[in-house]
Design a protein around this ligand. Sequence first.
Ligand code: SF4
Ligand code: SF4
Ligand code: SF4
Length: 320
Amino acid sequence: MTELETKIRAEAERLLSEHLVDVVVAFRKEDAPLHPQPAFFTQVDELQDLVYNGLCANNLANYLTRHPQETRIGMVVRGCENRSVNALVVEKQHTRENLVLIGIPCEGILDWRHIVALTGENVLSVEENGESVCVHTRENTFAFSRVELLHPSCQRCLHPNPISADVLLGELKPEGDPELMRLRIEALENLTLEERNAWFRHEAERCIRCYACREACPMCYCTECFVDHTEPRWSESGVTPAGMQAWHIVRAFHQTGRCTSCGACERACPMDIQMTYLTDKLNLDMIDAYQFEVGMDTTTQPPFATLTLDDKNRFITRGK
Ligand code: SF4
Ligand code: SF4
Ligand code: SF4
């Protein structure tokens, strides 16, 4: 057990044994070494299964909306998860008073697909030691630097530190470089219209519409998604090119001013579709147009969710 895991377990034990929360949302070890799973701990003796490491790939804020508002939840949060929680509080999906956030300054998520590509399928264990990572397979041991295994979203992460945790475990990390995200998006923007169209079609049309991206995203909590709605039908439901393009465009716009660039959607995608190009572009537009980043507090509404009678787009308030 690592020192950080010991601290998380101790904090979870304190919260449960002092009846300060009803459930602790964290990660549990699994037989598959590359895939620790999100878990709900309600008893102290369950905490022996709690783990925390670079392979914990889900955004745990996704599980906030699975509990009623009155449930007192303790949750392990990294920078992006803390911001997702804040965004959900702004959208009135849970009450901040009923949350205890156990903050972890984040070293980034390791990309398990990349590990398998480099080492093969037979991974037995992964050892992390600061900036180095050792992967033991049935046949071999491989040594990597952490940075070469990081999931791309974490390589360009802007805010690795939890910003409003109730308890902070670990040393704060340096903030990320906003230029990394900007350069990536500019590279796409600098393509010709035809090239961008070809790129988008290549990404969208590989989609098998499994909706794993939607299920992994904390901000996709509608009880009925527009793609499942039948009367009226908002988008073609089959795997036609038009239907798949509509899904990706509408999903991205639905996230405008709400996405924390956590990358959970991409990690969940079985087709390796790079959908964060669209959401990161919209995130940058939010910064440039409104100086807004989601989840930096628990009160500020995203720009597209706010309306005042002074809005210059008078069509919204016409007749008032
Ligand atoms: S996006 Fe940032 S805070 Fe979130 S898991 Fe990656 S490095 Fe950590
Ligand atoms: S759209 Fe993707 S990157 Fe954005 S918050 Fe949802 S899961 Fe995270
Ligand atoms: S997870 Fe990937 S394949 Fe599934 S709906 Fe989302 S983009 Fe399409």
